[in-house]
Design a protein around this ligand. Structure first.
Ligand code: SAM
Length: 264
């Protein structure tokens, strides 16, 4: 979700940054939490300059309009705490069952943090999709930096994935996004149409812990507590839409991976 200009009663002003009119931007508190994955300042009045500078790395984002079709609470986290949370993205992918020789999909790939190591494991046989063209630009750079490639970059809504991939694949990943999908059964059915019989669908989610307990680099992170899904809730959606649970993988400190097989 993009940060939007706000009314005074649900926002706060952030000095040290300027909007298009040269004034300190007014930020909606809920959007701030979704974008930055930590609690917004408690007061609606202006913050000290130092507090804002440490918390808002990119003032331009404050004034970008919301992108139509973006799932709620799924904007890409800042890289500093994402790296601290996921020190070994390649090991994570292997623990989910991706193997050399597979053809894979990184659905809602973001800035490529998992796309690049995934591409390395499957020697470039990966499709990467995101709604946000800026994420695709960042992901391309990430993949290039690792010296790998992907089969196709796709800027589109995730619900269109089945129409956009020209072959059946072995492994689909959706990481840190499923909690925000409004019509989860529809998305799961779309992913199913991309998979070979017995193909794998891996979902990486935040555990259903209170948000204030999931701190990284000293701040509460991740989607709001009430948006988080338990492994059982994810399994209920997948098992009702043609998948069989293969295994749950614990991904400390705050995540789990749920790996399903398409019944075909
Ligand atoms: C929280 S980020 C996670 C990125 C990546 N999977 C990761 O774990 O590092 C969620 C991503 O989903 C993308 N996204 C949100 N709504 C989408 C939609 N309707 N269709 C495709 N991508 C979407 C966002 O642009 C963002 O890049």
């Amino acid at each position: 979700m993009r940060l939007r200009p706000a009314r005074l009663d649900d926002g706060f002003r952030c000095p040290g940054y300027q909007n298009l009119w040269g004034a300190p931007p007014l930020v909606r508190r809920a959007d701030f939490a979704d974008r930055h994955h930590f609690d917004p300042p408690s007061a609606t009045k202006a913050l000290p300059l130092s507090a804002c500078q440490s918390k808002l790395p990119n003032s331009a984002i404050l004034e970008r309009p919301p992108m139509t079709g973006m799932f709620p609470a799924t904007s890409m986290p800042d890289r500093d705490w994402w790296e601290a949370l996921w020190p070994d993205p390649s090991g994570l992918l292997l623990s989910l069952g991706v193997e050399p020789g597979m053809t894979a999909l990184d659905l809602c790939c973001g800035d490529g943090y998992f796309t690049a190591p995934l591409a390395k494991i499957v020697s470039g046989r990966v499709y990467a999709l995101d709604l946000d063209p800026e994420m695709i630009v960042a992901a391309k750079a990430e993949v290039k930096q690792l010296g790998v490639s992907v089969l196709k970059w796709i800027v589109a809504d995730a619900s269109e994935v089945a129409e956009l991939i020209p072959e059946k694949i072995d492994f689909a990943l959706i990481a840190n996004t499923f909690h925000g999908v409004p019509d989860q059964p529809a998305l799961v059915k779309a992913v199913a149409r991309t998979l070979k019989p017995r193909g794998l669908f891996a979902l990486v989610n935040w555990h259903r812990l209170p948000r204030e307990q999931t701190t990284v680099l000293g701040q509460p992170r991740g989607p709001r507590t009430e948006m988080r899904m338990s492994p059982e809730a994810v399994a209920a959606v997948l098992e009702a839409t043609g998948f069989r649970l293969l295994r749950m993988v614990d991904l400390p400190p705050y995540h789990y991976g749920a790996v399903f097989e398409h019944k075909g």
